[in-house]
Design a protein around this ligand. Sequence first.
Ligand SMILES: Cc1cc2nc3c(=O)[nH]c(=O)nc-3n(C[C@H](O)[C@H](O)[C@H](O)COP(=O)(O)O)c2cc1C
Length: 156
Amino acid sequence: MRTVIVYYSKFGNTRRVAEAMAEVMGRAGEVRVVGIEQLTAGDWEGVDLVVVGTPTHAFSVPAAVRFVLRVQPQGILAGKSVAAFDTTVRAWPFRRLRASPKLLRRLRRLGGTPVAEPETFFVAMHGAPAAGGTDLLEEGQIDHARQWAAKLLDPS
Ligand SMILES: Cc1cc2nc3c(=O)[nH]c(=O)nc-3n(C[C@H](O)[C@H](O)[C@H](O)COP(=O)(O)O)c2cc1C
């Protein structure tokens, strides 16, 4: 199994989830973790499973990610398994409006075959952003990431 995990991360949490998943997936095959800013067409080549993870921004997929996915060639993910996750603030209003279902729809539109339901990893806000506060993964979310990664390797 060759996997690429593509992520976008403003504060580092989505990257941490991607890296925890890669630790597990690396035991079962080849895995690469790529920041979406560095993504090139070659990153899709020879890959069986594509996982994309982003934070939820404004109840949806961050604009930077939407842009990158919009310019991918039609059908680029045909024949590949795909999965999507987001990081979301548990206490945010309208929490049901999260990025991963929309992200998965975009991956399917590029030809990918979903192998799992969209997944969410929760972060909590620590302090006011203006005072240097940030969002940090809730306890247990790295374990959750490892478990979800193991499930993606064996979706049956
Ligand atoms: C511009 C902006 C908009 C956001 N909108 C939402 C939102 O609609 N819902 C939500 O749950 N969290 C929202 N958040 C919080 C992010 O989900 C949180 O910062 C993110 O999960 C942290 O991941 P990262 O460390 O990988 O950036 C927003 C954050 C930013 C910076």
